[in-house]
Write a protein that binds this ligand. Structure first.
Ligand code: IPM
Ligand code: MN
Length: 356
């Protein structure tokens, strides 16, 4: 029995989440997966209802499940709440409790959306297909910190075990892709980065088919914008992965398109964008990132690559047909056959393509 937790969250989360859940259930049925779904309030909506972003009873429910399908959490409505019960804090607790340590964030440019990328054609023409493997359950996000009136600190801590398991995931991922793994760090300054480099060098011997390299994060930020085609698989720490994955997302055209998978004891599948409260309820949200997150669930958790690929092809079909939510709509005049559409229409176009 596959036990799924559905946490639509805040802002646009429920709009895009319901569409993705429908598509996921369609595939689960088609592939004969026995499943049960439990919906929970998580994030700002849970703060409003219970005073905390994730109740401990819900934490237990999650820990007894296989995977969480998550919309998005947070928004300015909860900016004023105590930091210990901020929606973002709930997200970090969820990641930790699930031991979701390996975060996979793919970024690729669809041929038909090349014009949505802010990069020049001569760069996108060389093809962009990057997988960022971000360490998600340790590092400076979880290190000791203190916050005073006139001083504050955060700590970047990594143990060998924490680094080894994520670098292994990076190598294994690279083996299924372009067979290049680049460690992004700040080894010219940080002790933790130098430990990552040593462990990367040790482990690389076990993956002779993968070309291993390392790059400083400042340089990587530059290269992602100037020569993204040079990257295949990137492995990096929690904070650097957070920053670089937003950068990688925007060069694909829209952060609304990108999914993520966070693998651990219990997996978490969520789009990489936020809850976009400014467009919630307007029908402008792009459901693609969330739908592709459901595809990642089928591939990573259930070992159903064909079921995942069917969703991915359906998304491509809808985009190639011309469907565009406002985030990927061309600016100004355009001659191509383009159908500017709502969240629901994009969802329907993808569902229809899947059913064909
Ligand atoms: C992300 C988000 C989170 C992070 C925030 C909301 C805590 O930006 O998933 O990338 O920094 O990890
Ligand atoms: Mn982020």
């Amino acid at each position: 029995m596959f036990r799924l937790i559905y946490a639509p969250g805040d802002g646009i989360g429920p709009e895009i989440g319901d569409i993705a859940l429908n598509i996921l259930e369609y595939q689960l049925k088609k592939y004969g997966v026995q499943y049960e779904i439990t919906e929970i309030l998580f994030g700002g909506c849970a703060v409003d209802a219970y005073g905390v972003p994730l109740r401990s009873v819900d934490t237990s429910v999650v820990k007894n499940s296989d995977a969480v399908l998550l919309g998005a959490v947070g928004g300015p409505a909860w900016d004023g709440v105590d930091p210990s019960v901020r929606p973002e804090k709930g997200l970090l607790t969820l990641r930790k409790e699930c031991d979701a340590y390996a975060n996979f964030r793919p970024a690729r440019v669809y041929a038909c959306l090349k014009n949505a990328s802010p990069l020049k054609d001569r760069i996108t023409d060389k093809g962009i297909d990057i997988m960022i493997v971000r360490e998600l359950s340790s590092g400076i996000y979880f290190g000791e910190r203190a916050e005073g009136e006139n001083e504050a600190y955060d700590t970047e801590y990594y143990s060998r075990a924490q680094i080894e398991r994520i670098i292994r995931k990076g190598f294994e991922c690279a083996q299924t892709r372009g067979k290049k793994l680049c460690l992004v760090d700040k080894a010219n300054v940080l002790a933790t980065s130098r430990l990552w480099r040593r462990i990367m060098a040790e482990l690389s011997a076990g993956y002779p088919d993968v070309e291993a390299s390392a790059m400083y994060v400042d340089n990587a930020a530059m290269q992602l914008a100037s020569a993204p085609y040079k990257f295949d698989t990137v492995v990096t720490s929690n904070l650097f992965g957070d920053i670089l994955s937003d950068e990688a997302a925007v060069i694909t055209g829209s952060i609304g398109l990108l999914p993520s998978a966070s693998i651990g004891k219990v997996d978490i599948y969520e789009p990489i964008h936020g809850s976009a409260p400014d467009i919630a309820g307007t029908g402008k949200a792009d459901p693609v990132g969330m739908i592709l997150s459901a595809a990642m669930l089928l591939r990573y958790r259930l070992g159903l690559p064909e079921a995942a690929a069917e969703i991915e092809r359906a998304v491509e079909n809808a985009l190639e047909y011309g469907y565009r939510t406002p985030d990927i709509a061309p600016a100004g005049n355009y001659t191509d056959k383009i159908i500017i559409c709502t969240t629901a229409q994009m969802g329907e176009a993808i569902s229809d393509a899947l059913r064909q």
